[in-house]
Design a protein around this ligand. Structure first.
Ligand code: ADP
Ligand code: MG
Ligand code: MG
Length: 881
């Protein structure tokens, strides 16, 4: 027997497989409502497998699938007592797309299929409603021409509009039967003109063409784009539902509507929706007439209203989730056409989760699963007033790199950002791209806009880390730094002009858009506490300053997984000493310069320990190549040489010597400590002395510094640096009144280290995967340059996502898993974490949970996201027994 590609509504049995995978979301809903005895017009679902087979068979529907479709048409005819193409009693159907995950507005549907001239006449007689028959006919021609033949909507829309004007009709409902008859004739003519063929009259031919069109619509550009944005696989295909029509356009006792079982904006428990009387299908969403609030239905037809409310509650109980439903009323009788889990704001998601829990409908795990981790982002930053956004018009759009809503005066460099901000003027820093030198300006800016760079560009990473709104990679943006203005799609914006950035959409606006500040409501806290009870993966934060540390603790971080010490070197008051160290010609000079840095760094660490108390803090030693600390502009070089007491030529000489062709793979990380052990020595003193000082202040705290050596690729290399650390630390501790323990671990971010993890673990007290570097070294492309060509990889479906944003599970992930296993072979209780950007990405967190890591560490603002994602992962793949 050939494979089953078509299921009549209600026919599917659980043993057939996963209902959503096979029948799609819409088909699953229709089948489940049918089984529950709800009023659903009968029909059948052509499976997603049929869609995939259509593509495998070079875009042809195979004969066995056609046969199964026709068998189900026969069945539908028998059940409905109507016949395809029978003028006396015609069967009309809708052909509806329905992928597993709803893709609102992305795919196509054809209504009223099965009409031709004779059928239309018959329909008019049968219903004694000529107007209705011709209204259905003209809708069908229009949709068929657009969806099936790609002739577009416009030329048909024009005919309709012209007829409305001619007849003095404001709404389509005012057109009479004979007006509509004329339109149908004009439509058919237009169809012939555009297609050079008559409009097809055979219902079965219409049906196959429509099914093909729906399969085809799976790969229309907007559907592809939507899947990319929402992380939906391109391979799953769409199902097609063929369903008997019910008519909301039969007169004033008929209608159509859409409604949620709860308010999707705030989660309140009441029916929320809209409807139109004497209308069909998409009229409600298309804004042809202004729809009415669903409350009005109570007055127009209280019986139907009650039945609908009851049905909504039943569906909620069945799905244990808020529902989004479509219905039609035909001559006073209610029909359900669709149900799905409703999309909602983060606030609504939290309230619905808590309410359904309190109603006893779901348990804590189910409640936690009702909130999408990535949604929480929007609760943690101030946002624009949605009302104000509706009327505002963006002048451009780019990558929504870091969420938030920012308004401020435009400045073009970091220095100005600092001065203006200190002058109490909020600023938006607009740069071609940012670099570590801009860090202070970025701290002071309300928002950051860059012309270049992707989601993991310097601007994006730093902005997310400090919770500042950032819109990145705006390729349409041209900056004239000299004359201090930028151009964007024809708008000229000068220094000091006010603009607004929306970090959740990437939109750029001129002027100030009012914001509302984020409130962490009670429901938020409740859901997070359930998540914490459930999860086994720990969540730490990446924090470089006491302020970041405080934010992190506030968001529930269980420690710091990464303190980048170089950020401490860039501050105005210190960079001079750092430069002095770099230009030193002898070890003595270098040590002298480092002596100046030591107390500053020690104070930084003390501040962090004060905030974190006994929570673990992992401090990473100096990582970037030294040239990053030196100036590049001629003017700066002169000035700095003077400050350093050397000649311009001498400084230039140092810069030339430090130049590298590929700094990312150059003299950085632990390689610096191998060449200049005194740097590691100074950093060890700063860490250990800080811990001792704070322990002395708080006798009951037990502080255990975690020292992390970056960019290790070889056991002897780690041992070399570790020996310096241990010697320095033990000497200080032995002379101190405080008994201090510390540990020395390493980052695994070079593929060689992952390969030799069992060796490396001999000298490492812990591992932390630096997945940013590990990704770029494994792929062999730089994260700063990959953005330029990765788009063509997405377009050609070679890669689906940015591997710097979502861990590449099969490649880089394999190294992570392997290194974890190898490391624990040497040390069974080895603590293993992740401190790359991936630590805050929900799907990556799930992966890290699955491979058994101890913790993830991410930007403070993503800590709640990671906590919730870790709970989701535990529920789906339990580790706890
Ligand atoms: P979408 O997924 O874009 O919502 P649908 O397949 O749900 O597309 O159909 C679009 C509209 O047509 C919806 O408003 C739906 O209620 C209506 N519709 C679909 N099938 C029928 C039918 N058999 N009878 C009446 N209306 C229908
Ligand atoms: Mg729909
Ligand atoms: Mg690194």
């Amino acid at each position: 027997m050939s494979k089953k590609y078509v299921y009549f509504f209600g026919e599917f049995a659980p043993k057939d497989g996963s209902i959503r995978d096979l029948l799609g979301g819409k088909g699953a809903g229709l089948t489940e409502m049918t089984k529950a005895g709800m009023p659903v017009p009968q029909g059948f679902t052509i499976t997603t497998e049929a869609c995939n087979k259509y593509y495998d068979d070079s875009k042809k529907i195979s004969p066995d699938i056609i046969e199964q479709i026709y068998l189900n048409v026969d069945k539908l005819e028998k059940i409905s007592n109507k016949k395809f193409g029978d003028a006396k009693n015609p069967l009309l159907v809708s052909v509806r797309s329905g992928p597993k995950f709803s893709m609102p507005g992305m795919m196509d549907t054809v209504l009223n299929l099965g009409i031709n001239d004779e059928v239309c006449e018959g329909l008019a007689k049968l219903t004694s409603n000529e107007r209705f028959a011709y209204d259905s006919y003209r809708r069908f021609i229009q949709m068929y021409a657009d969806v099936v033949e790609s002739l577009g909507k416009d030329s048909f829309e024009e005919i309709l509009e012209a007829q409305k004007i001619k007849k003095g009709a404001k709404n389509d409902t005012e057109l009479t039967a004979s007006d509509l008859k004329e339109i149908v004739e004009l439509y058919k003519k237009k169809y012939f003109e555009l297609k050079k063929e008559n409009f097809p009259t055979d219902p079965k031919a219409q049906l196959l063409a429509a099914v093909t069109a729906v399969f085809r619509s799976w790969n229309n550009p907007r559907a592809i784009y939507y899947r990319k944005m929402n992380d939906i696989s391109h391979d799953i295909g769409t199902a097609v539902n063929v369903q008997m029509m019910v008519f909301g356009n039969m007169g004033n006792d008929s209608g159509t509507g859409v409604a949620f079982s709860r308010n999707p904006a705030n989660g309140e428990d009441h029916i929320y929706g809209e409807f139109l009387m004497n209308a069909q299908g998409e009229d409600v969403v298309a804004g042809i007439r202004t729809p009415l609030d669903i409350e009005e239905l109570k007055k127009i037809n209280p019986k139907v209203y009650d039945e609908f409310c009851k049905t909504a509650k039943t569906l909620e109980r069945f799905y244990k989730n808020m529902q989004d439903m479509e219905f039609t009323i035909e001559k006073g009788k209610l029909y359900m056409l669709q149900t799905r889990n409703g999309k909602r704001t983060a606030q609504a998601a939290l309230k619905v989760a808590c309410d359904l829990y309190d109603e006893g409908l779901i348990n804590k795990k189910e409640a936690v699963l009702l909130v999408e981790p990535s949604q929480l982002d929007s609760l943690l930053h101030p946002t624009f007033d949605t009302k104000a956004l509706k009327t505002a018009k963006p002048i451009g759009n780019a990558l929504p790199a870091s969420p938030g809503a920012a308004c401020g005066h435009v400045v073009f460099n970091a220095e100005d950002a600092v001065t203006w901000a200190k002058d109490k003027k909020p600023v938006i820093l607009v740069r071609v791209e940012t670099s570590p030198e801009d860090i202070e300006g970025m701290y002071y800016a309300k928002g950051i806009l860059t012309a270049r760079g992707g989601m993991t560009s310097h601007a994006a990473v730093v902005a997310r880390g400090i919770g500042t709104c950032c819109v990145a990679g705006c390729t349409a943006l041209t900056i004239n730094e000299k004359e201090r203005f930028f151009m964007l799609n024809g708008s000229k914006v000068k220094e000091g002009d006010i603009i607004s950035l929306d970090g959740s959409t990437g939109n750029i606006y001129i002027g100030q858009i009012p914001t509302v500040s984020a409130t962490i409501s009670g429901n938020f806290g409740r859901v997070m506490s359930w998540a914490d009870e459930i999860r086994s993966l720990k969540v730490r934060a990446n924090a470089d300053t006491p302020k970041d540390a405080k934010t992190a603790v506030g968001f529930g971080a269980q420690g710091i997984g990464l303190t980048r010490t170089e950020h401490m070197f860039f501050e105005e008051t210190r960079i001079e000493a750092v430069r002095e160290m770099i230009v030193s010609k002898t070890k003595e000079q270098r040590v002298k310069a480092l002596e100046k840095i030591l107390p500053m760094q020690r104070t930084d660490f003390e501040g962090i320990y004060e905030e974190m108390q006994e929570l673990p803090v992992t401090i990473r030693y100096l990582d970037p190549p030294l040239h990053e600390f030196l100036p590049t502009e001629e003017k700066d070089i002169k000035e700095i040489a003077k400050k350093l007491n050397i000649t311009t030529d001498e400084l230039k000489d140092v810069i030339v010597k430090l130049h590298e062709f590929n700094p990312m793979m150059g003299h950085r990380g632990c390689r610096l400590a191998v060449s200049f052990p005194e740097i590691a020595e100074m950093q060890t003193r700063a860490v250990i002395e800080a811990a001792i000082n704070v322990s002395r202040r708080h006798k009951d705290w037990k502080i255990t510094p975690e020292i992390m050596i970056p960019l290790v690729g070889e056991l002897k290399e780690l041992k070399f640096v570790k020996d310096i650390v241990v010697k320095t630390a033990d000497e200080i501790i032995s002379k101190s009144d405080i008994k201090l323990n510390y540990s020395v671990g390493t980052m695994i971010e070079i593929p060689r280290a992952a390969l030799l993890a069992d060796e490396i673990a001999k000298e490492a007290d812990f591992f932390s995967f630096g997945t940013n570097d590990l990704t770029q070294m494994t792929f062999g492309f730089s994260r700063d340059d990959a953005g330029k060509f990765l788009d063509s990889y997405y377009d050609n479906k070679i890669y689906q996502n940015d591997p710097f944003a979502k861990i590449d599970q099969i490649g880089v992930g394999k190294l992570v898993e392997m290194a974890t296993v190898l490391g624990r072979k040497t040390k069974p209780n080895l603590k293993v974490g992740v401190c790359g950007e991936h630590g805050g990405d929900p799907s990556s967190v799930e992966f890290f949970h699955k491979v058994g890591l101890t913790y993830v560490s991410c930007s403070p603002y993503r800590v709640p996201v990671a906590r919730l994602a870790a709970a989701h992962a535990e529920i789906k793949y339990p580790r706890k027994k």
